[in-house]
Design a protein around this ligand. Structure first.
Ligand code: IPE
Ligand code: IPE
Ligand code: MG
Length: 229
């Protein structure tokens, strides 16, 4: 695959962990564990290909309405991979940032997130953004409120700078695993001209081979951005 044709910035809606576990008669938490492991496989592969930015939907604002037991299990996974076992992230040598409203998270987890951001701030092999308690509508309202507080009229450029994604290249490609064809409040502004790809593969089964398939599809598409050719 030719690097110049690859998307610079891909985003993934990592859906299907629960169903993956159910198929195996296991609790949903089993699927989430397998899902986290797959983050490393896919991110390493994507950054090695030369993709500059990967943005992952890990937990939506709406996911906070799930049962406490499931959320506690997810928080424990955050504690493990963003804290104790953070070397797995550090190994990738990419800058890591968390997008979303983190006030809702337990304080020890917020500390892990901030520390991981600091530790990786100078890494240059790519940017990995992980969306936690993220919602696109919430992101837009937040941006509008900042603008109102500053009493600033917005331009496309200045509004871009009010978004969580301000330091990222234009979003080129959004992949959703799990078979549903919807966006579930993910990056609704940023995907104005992104290409969309939906696969039935559940996230824990989404392998580098599946990513290759998606990228081959992306490369074939003609992106016109409103022009004629
Ligand atoms: C996506 O998998 C991960 C999170 C939202 C945390 P799901 O947990 O939504 O899995 P399904 O869609 O129920 O299979
Ligand atoms: C989208 O998956 C959110 C994440 C993958 C983090 P959901 O499972 O929450 O989406 P819906 O409820 O099917 O739209
Ligand atoms: Mg789901």
């Amino acid at each position: 695959m030719q690097q110049r044709m690859l998307p610079k910035h891909i985003a993934i809606i990592m859906d299907g962990n629960g169903r993956w576990a159910k198929k195996r008669l296991q609790p949903r938490s089993f699927g989430h564990k397998k899902g986290v492991k797959n983050i490393f496989t896919i991110c390493k592969y994507a950054f090695n290909l030369g993709i500059e930015a990967v943005t992952l939907y890990a937990l939506s604002c709406e996911n906070f309405s799930r049962p406490k037991e499931e959320l506690d299990g997810l928080f424990d996974l955050f504690r493990q991979y963003f804290g104790k076992d953070k070397d797995k992230f550090l190994e990738m040598q990419v800058k890591i940032q968390f997008l979303g409203e983190r006030d809702i998270l337990p304080e020890d987890i917020r500390k892990c997130l901030t520390e991981l951001e600091h530790l990786t701030a100078a890494y240059t092999c790519g940017i990995l953004s992980i969306c936690i308690n993220y919602g696109a509508k919430q992101e837009l309202i937040r941006a509008v409120n900042i603008a109102v507080e500053r009493r600033e009229r917005q331009t496309l450029q200045s509004f871009h700078n009010l978004l969580y994604t301000k330091n990222l290249p234009e979003l080129d490609f959004v992949i959703r695993t799990g078979g549903d064809m919807r966006l579930s409040n993910f990056l609704l502004y940023q995907l104005a001209y992104a290409e969309l790809y939906f696969t039935k593969k559940l996230w824990p089964d989404f392998s580098p081979k599946e990513l290759d398939k998606a990228l081959e599809d992306f490369i074939k598409r003609e992106r016109r951005f409103g022009k004629t050719e």
